[in-house]
Structure formats: C-alpha cells, structure tokens
Design a protein around this ligand. Sequence first.
Ligand code: S3P
Length: 166
Amino acid sequence: MSAPVVVLIGPMGVGKSTVGRLLADRLGTGYRDTDEDIVTAQGRSVADIFVDEGEAAFRALEKEAVRTALAGHRGVLALGGGAVLDADTRARLAGHHVVYLSMDVEEAVKRTGLNAARPLLAVNPRKQWRELMEARRGLYEEAASVTVATDGRTPEDVAQAVLDAL
Ligand code: S3P
C-alpha cells in the first residue's frame, strides 16, 4: 500500500506548507496539500467555498480529500488546519507518521493577523485564535504521533526537528 511518509497537521499559518515543501525536498519526495487538492478539484478558492456553500460543505470535501491523499500519496502530506475536527479522519490517521506543528496564540496572531483569505479569522483574530486553539489542541494531540513546537523557529529549524523525530 502507498502511504505518506509524513503527515503534517496543525493550525493555519503554522507553516505546514513551507515546512512540508522543505521536508519533501530533503526527503526527495513529493509534497501534497489537501487544501490545494480541493481548490484544484473545485476550481475555486477555499474562501469562496466557505462563502458559497458553508463550512459543513467544505468539511465534507476535506474529509474526502484527506481519505484519498492518505490512500494514494507517498511523500509529505499537509492537512488543512480543521481536518482533525472529523472523527473518521482522526481514526484514519492512526498508523501514519503524524506530526503536529504547534504554536501559541500570540505567535498565531502575529503570523496571520487579519486575513480575509482565511475565513475563520476574518474578524477579531485574537479571540478567534484563542477559541480555535482551545477547541482543537486536544484533537491535534490525539491525532499526532509527535508534536514539534514552532514558536520563534525558522521553517528550516522546524523541518530539521521533524526529520529528527521521524
Ligand atoms: C482551516 C484551515 C485552512 C483551510 C480553511 C479552514 C481551519 O487550511 O482548510 O480555511 O479550519 O483551520 P490551512 O491550515 O492550510 O491554512
């Protein structure tokens, strides 16, 4: 069976795609990202899908995109920040090398700020970040085999820490 070498999870803005691409380079494998898979398949942005069809519809597309990528991609796979909200997805992650890239709330606010392209942060990012992290931290930890803290570190450092943890 073909399976990802490593799956990256964690909140939006933590650097999953930057670190994921660095890792893929160093491992000599491909890089794939479920948000990109959804955007390609749907022909519109994540923000547009949220606005046009709502979050539940996006989550259904995401669940399917994760299932497909976990079954068919040998390389580095990054999941959207909310993918772990789905219990089936969390169960499906068992047995994979799943790395949780973490950051604290202040780092998250600093890195993402007000971000219209990220619909979950469009208003009052600090409050939304706090609520998001409280709701999701346990889910990330449950789904991950390893946690790598990213606060104050460069993407290169984080990629090296992930490699060391594999
Ligand atoms: C989301 C994270 C985003 C994207 C969507 C929802 C979330 O992905 O899937 O905006 O719920 O945290 P990234 O983590 O790749 O930004």
